[in-house]
Design a protein around this ligand. Structure first.
Ligand code: COI
Length: 350
């Protein structure tokens, strides 16, 4: 499929300071746009990144039929573009679409579209330590009539942005015991825009007390640990990598899955199971919680330095002693850049 492309008259690339890439603020020259109209996907186009005109009655604004993905592309020393687990992001986008009653996106539009978009903006892929081109596909309902029902029209936009680290320092996280990110049977397993909007108020309350993020717990008893901020969460307890087992209120993170598979391959003991706040506190007090970290596409591996729960402030071991997370960060980043054997078949090169 050759996608109709309208190129920018003047690239903005030479205005970018690649030593200073705040997350989500600098966008590459082009974006891909595809419309779903009256039951059919229309031919996508690649056009200059920029504002689009929307009706105030746009259904997505009123009833939140909106989903997104986050994925990354890299460039190796031979100037090849490498996408990490692109098919997994494609599949998850359609899992989210199904949950939000939206049409599935054809593979050709998503995968071929991204390849052509990123090939065009290849110069925007940063190659510094911890840097990547972050890809953000977003799909939203575009009916212009207000009514709580699935829209008949949708718009898919894929934009890209050069990024560095998402978090600039180890995190302080607060155990949330009142609000929930999602509930069993809800939309937690989908990358639905509303999941993130709903998380902002409790996160703001924690930020007022100096915490970067929350440690989300279950919606019934606020006792079983689920995620941290917009990431999955992992703990090294003694020498066992422990992470909450997935269920319908949790996102099946692609970074989460990658780390678990690599860890198992290394021979690390891995447990995907229920982990409660009570257990975490007990093991912390016994000196057995060696590491805690969030994992996600944007954040990679984000060390958790401190966990606050009511009166208890749990200060975890120094980052320099985090043998597992530090080694995994180096390994995974090198893998994504094509510097390791692609033993799991996760890389797509163009
Ligand atoms: C990601 O890690 O890609 C996410 O989507 C999380 C966040 C930036 C919203």
């Amino acid at each position: 499929m050759s996608i109709k492309t309208i190129k920018v008259a003047q690239s903005r690339l030479n205005e970018v300071d690649f030593n200073n890439l705040p997350f989500g603020k600098i966008f590459s020259d082009h974006m891909l746009v595809a419309d779903y109209i009256d039951g059919a996907w229309q031919t996508p186009e690649i056009i200059p990144f920029g504002d689009i005109s929307l009706s105030p009655s746009l259904s997505a604004l009123h009833h939140a039929q909106a989903i997104f993905e986050g994925m990354k592309a890299f460039k190796n020393s031979s100037d090849e573009v490498i996408f990490f687990r692109m098919d997994d992001n494609y599949n998850r986008m359609n899992i989210s679409a199904e949950r939000m009653c939206m049409p599935a996106i054809p593979r050709e539009i998503f995968v071929e579209g991204i390849k052509q978009l990123v090939a065009l903006d290849k110069g925007w892929i940063p190659t510094g330590e911890g840097q990547a081109l972050y890809l953000r596909p977003v799909m939203f309902s575009s009916d212009t009539a207000i009514g709580v029902k699935p829209s008949e029209n949708y718009k898919l936009i894929i934009m890209t942005m050069p990024t560095g680290a998402y978090y600039l320092e180890p995190l302080k996280v607060w155990v949330e015991t009142k609000y929930s990110r999602s509930a069993i049977g809800g939309t937690g397993y989908a990358k639905a825009a509303g999941n993130y909007g709903g998380a902002m108020y409790p996160s703001k309350l924690a930020a007022q007390h100096g915490y970067h993020q929350l440690l989300w717990t279950d919606s019934v008893n606020n006792e079983v640990i689920e995620e941290s901020g917009s990431m999955n969460v992992m703990f090294m307890i003694d020498d066992v990598l422990v992470t909450p087992a997935l269920h319908s209120s949790m996102l099946a993170g692609i970074t989460r899955d990658s780390i678990l598979r690599i860890a198992r391959d290394w021979g690390t003991k891995v447990e995907e199971r229920e982990i409660t706040v009570t257990e975490l506190i007990e093991k912390y007090k016994a000196g057995r919680v060696k590491e805690a970290f969030g994992v996600g596409t944007a954040a990679n591996i984000a060390h958790i330095a401190t966990i606050g729960h009511k009166e208890l402030i749990m200060e975890l071991p120094p980052i320099s002693e985090r043998t597992f997370a530090n080694k995994m960060y180096e390994h995974l980043f090198a893998y994504k850049r094509g510097e390791k054997d692609d033993q799991f078949g996760w890389l797509t090169r163009i």
